[in-house]
Design a protein around this ligand. Structure first.
Ligand SMILES: C[S@@+](CC[C@H](N)C(=O)[O-])C[C@H]1O[C@@H](n2cnc3c(N)ncnc32)[C@H](O)[C@@H]1O
Length: 277
């Protein structure tokens, strides 16, 4: 599939999911409430954080971690959320940066942005939040605009991951930081299986790449001090949901045999990195 085709499919599938309000089954990592210490250790949402999120954004939450939970956001900071979906992490970031800060949510699916706007309005945070319908591979935000770029289970979906990380580097101020939750392979995958997965690209495994290649891209964009905060190898139930994200009614499930081949080799990682001063 050509890159433009992939992006259109991704946009359509997540757009339809947003229209329906979230689909029948949850995909990606569990968003059920966990204890604060467990959540912090594993880069997941804690109960207190989830209580700040309106139902619409919770139902459409399709992430695999909690990037604002491991970035130490400060009042007045400017945050950009790459692939913000219905706004769960935008809302959490907006609470942390306070009224003098700013959060920009970017997503390619207009229907997701509509949902995100509704969610942010519902919790009264519109004064410090902006949204852009845009392709993260071609962002037109200003150079040195942001203190922090966050992203939650999105970059795996992008055909040109280098373009995404180069863009993040460009819009960050010197000393600015990345906080990313994403899906990678921890072992080499049979190229034929990988090719078949690519036909189910909107699932968060179709565009996943090996961890070493992934971090080469992050370093190649200029980032340093890359630190993996948590990693979570997907157990079979989570993997089955993840391969047809945002839900089986939107993305056809790959063959069971192919899912079995990648079982144990797909991991959700949470990491931070810094743009050198
Ligand atoms: C798995 S969902 C995660 C959404 C959100 N981060 C969350 O945690 O709920 C992926 C999101 O990324 C968006 N997306 C995928 N590729 C994109 C691209 N190239 N540019 C902008 N948004 C993109 C999709 O529209 C979708 O809303």
């Amino acid at each position: 599939m050509k890159a433009e085709e992939v992006k259109q499919i991704v946009r359509e599938r997540y757009g339809k999911c947003a229209e329906t309000g979230g689909g029948k089954e949850s995909c990606c990592c569990p968003s059920e409430a966990t204890s604060l210490s467990f959540a912090a250790e594993h880069g997941l949402y804690g109960q207190e954080e989830l209580s700040l999120i309106p139902k619409i954004a919770l139902n459409l939450s399709k992430g695999c971690g909690n990037p604002t939970g491991f970035t130490n956001l400060q009042p007045s900071e400017v945050v950009v959320d790459f692939g913000c979906g219905a706004g769960i992490d935008v809302i959490l970031a907006a609470h942390k940066v306070g009224p003098s800060g700013k959060v920009v949510g970017v997503d390619g699916a207009p229907q997701m942005i509509e949902r995100a706007k509704e969610s942010v309005t519902e919790v009264g945070l519109s004064d410090r939040v902006e949204f852009r319908i845009a392709d993260m591979e071609q962002l037109d935000l200003l150079d040195s605009f942001a203190d922090v770029v966050i992203s939650n289970c999105v970059i795996n979906l992008c055909p040109d991951k280098s373009a995404v990380y180069r863009g993040a580097f460009r819009i960050l101020k010197p000393g600015g930081r990345l906080a990313i939750s994403d899906i990678i392979y921890t072992e080499r995958i049979d190229p034929q299986v990988q090719e078949r997965f690519q036909s189910t690209w909107a699932g968060c495994v179709g565009g996943a790449i090996a961890e070493d290649s992934y971090f080469e891209i992050v370093r190649g964009a200029g980032f340093r001090q890359i630190e993996v905060v948590a990693r979570h190898p997907l157990p079979s139930k989570e993997l089955e949901a993840m391969v047809c994200c945002p839900g089986p009614e939107f993305t056809p499930a790959p063959a069971k045999e192919d899912v079995a081949v990648v079982q144990g080799k797909v991991t959700s990682i949470k990491f931070t990195a810094v743009k050198p001063i």
